[in-house]
Design a protein around this ligand. Structure first.
Ligand SMILES: Cc1cc2nc3c(=O)[nH]c(=O)nc-3n(C[C@H](O)[C@H](O)[C@H](O)COP(=O)(O)OP(=O)(O)OC[C@H]3O[C@@H](n4cnc5c(N)ncnc54)[C@H](O)[C@@H]3O)c2cc1C
Ligand SMILES: NC(=O)c1ccc[n+]([C@@H]2O[C@H](COP(=O)([O-])OP(=O)(O)OC[C@H]3O[C@@H](n4cnc5c(N)ncnc54)[C@H](OP(=O)(O)O)[C@@H]3O)[C@@H](O)[C@H]2O)c1
Length: 539
C-alpha cells in the first residue's frame, strides 16, 4: 500500500527503553518539541533519557511491559465495529488506530498507526483527516480523543508542542502544496460504457516537483458550482456574504466539504429549531438515524431536511468540515513525460432519490477543471510500492479498472530504462468493447515484446462474471513458475473486495502449484509481502 512519506514524530527513545506505547508516544512528542526537530535524529540513549527526565526510568509505572505491536484489525475490508471490538482493552493509541480505515493510504498525511500516535501525543488535533473512514471514523476518534482528557498520561502530553507537520519543500506534503497547471483530459471508455474514466494530465515543470513510479498525486479540488448555488439558495443567504476576508460562495467552493453533513451541522440545527425537529437534529448529531436516511444526508440534504432553519452563514461555515485533498496513483513515468504527470480517474456519480451525487475530486478532474487552470497539488511518496531494484526481475501486475494506473507508469519506466525483466499485466473491466483502457499502447507494447503477457478479464461481456483472479487461477502454473524466478507481484485498485480476492487466489495458486498446505501457502504469501515481493496500492 502506498503510505505517507514521513514519520511525523521520530523515535528519540532506544528500542529497549522500558515504556508502554502510550509513554513512548508522548515522550517522543515531548522530545520532538524540546528539540524542535522533525526527523533524521539518532535515538537517545537510556542515559540521555535519564538525564532529561530524572527518575522516569525507575518509576514503577515505567517498568517494562509487553509492547502491543500486533494490530489484528489492520484490514481495510473489516467493518469498523469489528475493528473496534478487536481493539477493545488495548491502549488508547491502538484503539485510535483501529478507528481508521486501515488503508494506510496516506491521504491524512500519515499512515494509520502514525496518525493514531500523533493524535495521542496531541501533536495533531484534526480528527477528521481519514478520508476513506469518513464520518464514522471521525466520530469514534472524537470519543477516543475525549478519553485523552481523562487519561493520566495525557496530562503531561499536553505540554508537548505540536510537531511541525509541513514538509519544507512545497509539493511534498498535503500541508505545503505546490501549484500545477491542468493540461488535458481524455475519456478512456468508449461511448456505451457504464463508466466514465479519464486520463488527465498536469504540467508540473514550473512547480519544482518530481516523482517516481509508484508515487501518488494529491490534488485540492473545488466543489461543483451548481451544488454551491443550491446550498446558498437553501441557506437563503447572499452569495457575497463576507466571511474572513472572502465571501460565502468562495468559501463554499474551495474550503469546506459539502459531502456527508458533519455532526456539528446537526448540532447547530438543533440549537435553531424546536420540538420534534430539535430531537431529530440532536439524534443525528449523536450519530443516530431517526428517519433511516442519515447515510444519504450531504450538506444540501441536511439543509433541506430542516427547511425552516436558516443558520447564520458564518456559524454554518464553522460547522462544516474542511475540504480535503484526494490522491490518485500516478499513471506516467517522468522519464517518458518530462515535466508532466498523468492520472487515471474514475468519475464517481450515483443517484440518491432524484438528485445525482458527484464525487468532489473525481468529477472536478473529469469535468470542471479546464486546460490552463492552476491548482494546488503534492506528490505523496509511496513507501512500499515500487519496481524491484533489480531491472532483470520479472513483475506481475494485477490492476483492474483504475488499478491499471501505476502499472502504465511501471511499464513506461521499464521501457525508458531498458529493463530486461519480463512484464505481465492483468487488466480487467466491465466490457472489452468499451472499457479497454490504454488499448493501443498496451497492444503496441505486447507486439514489441515489452509486455511479455497481457491477460484480460471482462466482467460483463458474458453472463458469467470473469474477474482477474479467475484468470490468475487458470494461469496458476505459470504464475508459480514466475515466482520461482523471483517475480515481484503487485495489485492495485479496489481495496474492499478485489484486493482480498486476488490475495486469496494467489494463496491458492501457491498451495496448488507450489505443493503446499493452505497454511504454508498463506505463510509463503505473507513472506512475499514482508520481502516487498507482493505489494499493494489499494483504495
Ligand atoms: C493511494 C490512493 C490511490 C488512489 N488512486 C486512484 C486512481 O488511480 N484512480 C481513481 O479513480 N481513484 C483513486 N483513488 C481514490 C480517490 O482518491 C478518491 O477517493 C475517489 O476519486 C473518490 O473521490 P471523490 O472526491 O471524487 O468522491 P467523494 O466526494 O469523496 O465521494 C466518494 C464517496 O461517495 C460515496 N459513494 C460513492 N459511490 C457511491 C454509491 N454508488 N452509492 C452511495 N455512496 C457512494 C462513498 O461514501 C465514497 O466514499 C485513490 C485513493 C488512494 C487512497
Ligand atoms: N464501494 C464499492 O462498492 C465499490 C465498488 C466498485 C468500485 N469502487 C471504487 O470505485 C473506484 C473506481 O473503480 P474502478 O473504476 O477502478 O473499477 P471498479 O468499479 O472497481 O471495476 C473494475 C473491474 O473490477 C471488477 N470487480 C468487481 N468486483 C471484483 C472483485 N471482487 N474482484 C475482482 N474484480 C472485481 C468489476 O466488475 P463488475 O463491476 O462487473 O462486478 C470491473 O470489471 C475505486 O475507488 C473503487 O474502490 C467501490
Amino acid at each position: 500500500m502506498s503510505m505517507a512519506p514521513r514519520p511525523p514524530i521520530p523515535s528519540f527513545l532506544p528500542d529497549n527503553a522500558p515504556f508502554t506505547p502510550e509513554q513512548r508516544a508522548w515522550l517522543n512528542g515531548l522530545f520532538a518539541g524540546v528539540f524542535g526537530l522533525e526527523g533524521g535524529v539518532a535515538p537517545l540513549s537510556k542515559q540521555d533519557v535519564a538525564k532529561l527526565l530524572p527518575g522516569l526510568l525507575d518509576a514503577p509505572d515505567a517498568t517494562p511491559q509487553e509492547v502491543d505491536d500486533s494490530a489484528p484489525w489492520h484490514d481495510p475490508a473489516m467493518p469498523l465495529p469489528d475493528r473496534m471490538k478487536l481493539a477493545e482493552g488495548r491502549p488508547l493509541p491502538r484503539r485510535m488506530m483501529a478507528a481508521m480505515a486501515q488503508q494506510d493510504c496516506g491521504q491524512c498525511g500519515y499512515n494509520c498507526k502514525d496518525y493514531a500516535d500523533v493524535l495521542f501525543a496531541r501533536s495533531e488535533k484534526r480528527l477528521n483527516l481519514c478520508v476513506p473512514g469518513g464520518k464514522d471514523t471521525a466520530r469514534v476518534l472524537k470519543q477516543l480523543y475525549a478519553e485523552l482528557d481523562t487519561a493520566k498520561s495525557a496530562a503531561t502530553a499536553d505540554a508537548a508542542p505540536a510537531a511541525k507537520s509541513a514538509a519544507s519543500e512545497p509539493g511534498r506534503s498535503r500541508d505545503n502544496p505546490a501549484t500545477a497547471t491542468f493540461l488535458s483530459r481524455r475519456r478512456l471508455n468508449k461511448d456505451g460504457s457504464e463508466k466514465e474514466t479519464w486520463h488527465v494530465e498536469f504540467d508540473i515543470a514550473d512547480s519544482g516537483l518530481d516523482y517516481i513510479v509508484g508515487d501518488s498525486f494529491g490534488i485540492f479540488p473545488a466543489n461543483d458550482p451548481a451544488l454551491v448555488d443550491a446550498v446558498i439558495a437553501a441557506l437563503a443567504a447572499p452569495p457575497d456574504f463576507p466571511i474572513g476576508g472572502r465571501n460565502l460562495r468562495e468559501v463554499l467552493t474551495d474550503s469546506v466539504s459539502l459531502s456527508p453533513a458533519p455532526d456539528m451541522l446537526f448540532q447547530l440545527m438543533s440549537y435553531l429549531t424546536g420540538g420534534d425537529r430539535r430531537q431529530k437534529a440532536k439524534a443525528l448529531a449523536a450519530g443516530q438515524d431517526p428517519d433511516g436516511d442519515a447515510a444519504t444526508l450531504d450538506v444540501l440534504a441536511a439543509l433541506q431536511k430542516f427547511p425552516a432553519v436558516r443558520p447564520d452563514p458564518e456559524a454554518f461555515i464553522e460547522a462544516l468540515d474542511v475540504l480535503q485533498p484526494r490522491v490518485y496513483s500516478i499513471s506516467s513515468s517522468l522519464k517518458c513525460n518530462l515535466g508532466r504527470v498523468s492520472l487515471t480517474v474514475d468519475a464517481v456519480r450515483y443517484q440518491v432519490d432524484k438528485r445525482t451525487r458527484f464525487g468532489v475530486a473525481s468529477t472536478f478532474l473529469g469535468g470542471r477543471i479546464n486546460p490552463g487552470d492552476k491548482i494546488k497539488v503534492y506528490v505523496q511518496k509511496a513507501q512500499h510500492f515500487a519496481l524491484p531494484a533489480d531491472p532483470n526481475k520479472p513483475i506481475i501486475m494485477i490492476g483492474p479498472g483504475t488499478g491499471i494506473a501505476p502499472f502504465r507508469a511501471f511499464l513506461q519506466e521499464r521501457l525508458a530504462t531498458r529493463a530486461r525483466g519480463p512484464n505481465w499485466l492483468y487488466f480487467g473491466h466491465q466490457r472489452s468493447d468499451y472499457d479497454f483502457f490504454y488499448e493501443e499502447e498496451l497492444k503496441e507494447m505486447r507486439k514489441s515484446g515489452h509486455l511479455t503477457r497481457l491477460t484480460l478479464a471482462w466482467s460483463r461481456d458474458a453472463d458469467e462474471k470473469i474477474y482477474v483472479q479467475h484468470r490468475m487461477r487458470n494461469d496458476g502454473r505459470d504464475i508459480w513458475a514466475w515466482l520461482e524466478r523471483g517475480a515481484h507481484i503487485y495489485v492495485c485498485g479496489d481495496a474492499l473486495r478485489m484486493a482480498k480476492d486476488v490475495e486469496r487466489a494467489l494463496i491458492d495458486v501457491v498451495a496448488e502449484h507450489g505443493k503446499r498446505s493452505p497454511e504454508d501457502a498463506a505463510r509463503f504469501v505473507a513472506e512475499l509481502k514482508k520481502n516487498d515481493r507482493y505489494q499493494a496500492d489499494v483504495y
